[in-house]
Design a protein around this ligand. Structure first.
Ligand SMILES: [Zn+2]
Length: 431
């Protein structure tokens, strides 16, 4: 940290509106191709006149989990937060941005997405929403399109959805393989994802692909053997879709255990469509997250509450399939740490919008606006075992979202409205 560095310029020095200059427009168009190792300049910037600042530091501001500071300011130095607090006490900086009496919160941490894919499932969605039967292949449709796509097509698609998410305030995202399901196609999906994020998940165990339909055991052997060997160098995490029709508890345990032995850390798709062993397995293996958690027994709830495993709720999936909502209130009241993410994928949740998920969670899952905002920021960071994102505290990455609203509550209060007016990622203004 360099927060003790003397100021180079008085805090009152004027600064042009960054939204007006070409450099910022260029940065915005390039933002989704910035590599994880990108380093920002070391200039300091004061963002002041913030009506409500969400820090996610309970020792700040109102003492709530959001650590809400009124009439606040933030100082960015390089790619990190250097200072937050009452704007009247802000130190002098090189540059200055007036937030105009609006709200600032940490950039969203979307800890669950499936963005390396090709193709489209409009007809499947249309049939489902029109009450018509639809017998085409679901995930298999996307697998066929993804296998047929070039690297450049997959990269262009990924970049498009990352830009879409960034413009809605997402500054950290996890994404998975799982639409290749061959050694070569899984490894290339992870290679492409790793050029855009450090949070890459190997999901060779998404479904048993059609070419192994007669011998699922052989597919599990492939996933835990040659495929894992080819994929582990490009990933941080390993995930399994533990569900009836996908992988059972024994198969999931074998896959996650092999992944751990290869240096990957587990996360599990658990309890999305039915009750099953996924949550208990996630806790047993110290998975960072059990994702979906729509169907939970009391024993599942107890296991989560007494573990480090986060429950990641993905209401875009229930919205887009007209399914039963996960009961966030039940999880929170039991003391479980809850994250909120998009599950962005072309089949069951084709939204990249964390604000939309916040609105759903508040309206239909029993979360308060404060809880939903915490879960989409600090909760997502916990689901990725990160403490350098999802909070605005000295030393954390300078990932911030400025809302065109006086309070973070507007994210739920004004559903469907594009409230994100500014985004900083790693200290650089990208919107
Ligand atoms: Zn998923």
């Amino acid at each position: 940290m360099t927060s003790g560095r003397p100021p180079a310029r008085p805090a009152s020095a004027p600064e042009p509106d960054p939204t007006a200059d070409q450099a910022t427009k260029d940065a915005m168009s390039n933002a989704t191709t910035v590599s994880p190792a990108h380093s920002a300049s070391t200039a300091s910037t004061l963002i002041t006149n913030i009506a409500a600042l969400v820090t996610n530091d309970p020792s700040s501001g109102d003492g709530s989990p959001l650590g809400l500071v009124q009439d606040a300011a933030v100082v960015i130095e390089g790619d990190r937060i250097a200072w937050t607090g009452d704007q009247s006490k802000a130190p002098a900086t090189d540059n200055r941005v007036d937030a105009g009496g609006r709200a600032v919160l940490p950039g969203f941490v979307d800890s669950h997405s499936h963005l390396v894919f090709a193709g489209d499932r409009t007809q499947e969605f249309n049939a489902r929403m029109s009450g018509r039967p639809y017998s085409a292949g679901g995930i298999r449709t996307t697998v066929a399109a993804t296998r047929a796509a070039s690297d450049a097509e997959l990269e262009a698609n990924l970049t498009r959805y990352l830009r879409e998410a960034l413009l809605q305030g997402t500054t950290t995202f996890e994404t998975k393989s799982g639409y290749g399901l061959t050694v070569e196609d899984e490894a290339r999906a992870l290679r492409i994802a790793a050029a855009h994020t450090d949070e890459v998940t190997f999901l060779g165990a998404h479904i048993v692909p059609p070419d192994h339909a007669d011998d699922p055991a052989a597919y599990v052997a492939l996933v835990t053997g040659e495929m894992l060997g080819a994929c582990a160098p490009h990933a941080r995490w390993i995930d399994v879709f533990c569900e009836q029709g996908a992988f059972d508890g024994d198969q999931a345990r074998a896959i996650l255990t092999a992944g751990k032995a290869a240096g990957l850390h587990p996360r599990v798709h658990a309890g999305q469509l039915s009750y099953g062993p996924g949550v208990q397995l996630a806790v047993e293996l110290d998975a960072a997250s059990a994702d979906h958690c729509t169907h939970l027994t009391d024993a599942d709830l107890d296991a989560l509450a007494n573990s480090r495993t986060v429950a990641t709720l993905l209401p875009g999936a229930e919205f887009s399939t007209r399914a039963e909502w996960p009961d966030a209130r039940r999880l929170l009241d039991a003391g479980v740490t809850v994250a909120l993410s998009t599950d962005c994928n072309p089949g069951s949740s084709f939204t990249s919008s964390v604000p939309f998920c916040i609105a759903l969670a508040v309206r239909d899952m029993g979360m308060t606006p404060d809880e939903a905002v915490w879960s989409a920021t600090a909760g997502g960071a916990a689901a990725l075992r990160r403490d350098d994102v999802g909070r605005l505290t000295p030393g954390a990455y300078a990932d911030l979202t400025l809302l065109d609203a006086p309070s973070h509550v507007h994210l739920a209060y004004r559903p469907g409205v594009p409230l994100v007016a500014g985004v900083w990622r790693r200290g650089e203004r990208v919107l």
